[in-house]
Design a protein around this ligand. Structure first.
Ligand code: RB5
Length: 140
């Protein structure tokens, strides 16, 4: 299960990613917003983060204009490791090295095709489980 949320600036990309999830048959939970009216990203970032912490979702995808606001908001929450990635290498490393449980994207930064590829790379990469990476995560 993937929790997905945005603010107004990420709304369009959120809808495009939802279409992608439908196409690949991925289960998702859209935590809003449900229209493009200006809104505050911490509200939606926290709602999606809660579903990840509560294990109602395996991963979360957050989208605002830059991806910065939602990632800052999510990373304030203990247990959330939200990675802002606008390239595939970072998305894979965020999972393999950082065991990131949320991905942040910027709706004003990248297009739908790249966002889908980054999301796929994030979701399909496992945490390496290597001791050095575990140690560093434990020290966060
Ligand atoms: C909204 O204008 C914009 O500030 C927000 O979407 C986000 O980019 C903040 O980090």
């Amino acid at each position: 299960m993937i929790a997905i949320a945005s603010d107004h600036a990420g709304y369009k990309l959120k809808l495009e990613l939802i279409e992608h999830f439908k196409k690949i048959g991925a289960e998702f939970n859209d935590l809003g917003p449900y229209c493009e009216k200006p809104t505050d990203y911490p509200v939606y970032a926290k709602a999606a983060a809660k579903t990840v912490l509560d294990k109602e979702a395996d991963f979360g995808v957050l989208i605002c204009g830059t991806g910065i606001g939602v990632s800052i908001a999510a990373n304030k929450i203990r247990g959330i490791r939200c990675a802002l990635c606008h390239d595939i290498f970072s998305a894979k490393a965020a999972r393999a090295h950082n065991d990131a449980n949320m991905l942040a994207l910027g709706g004003r930064m990248i297009g739908a095709r790249l966002a889908a590829e980054i999301t796929d790379a994030f979701l399909s990469t496992a945490f390496s489980g290597e001791e050095r990476h575990r140690r560093r995560i434990d020290a966060l």
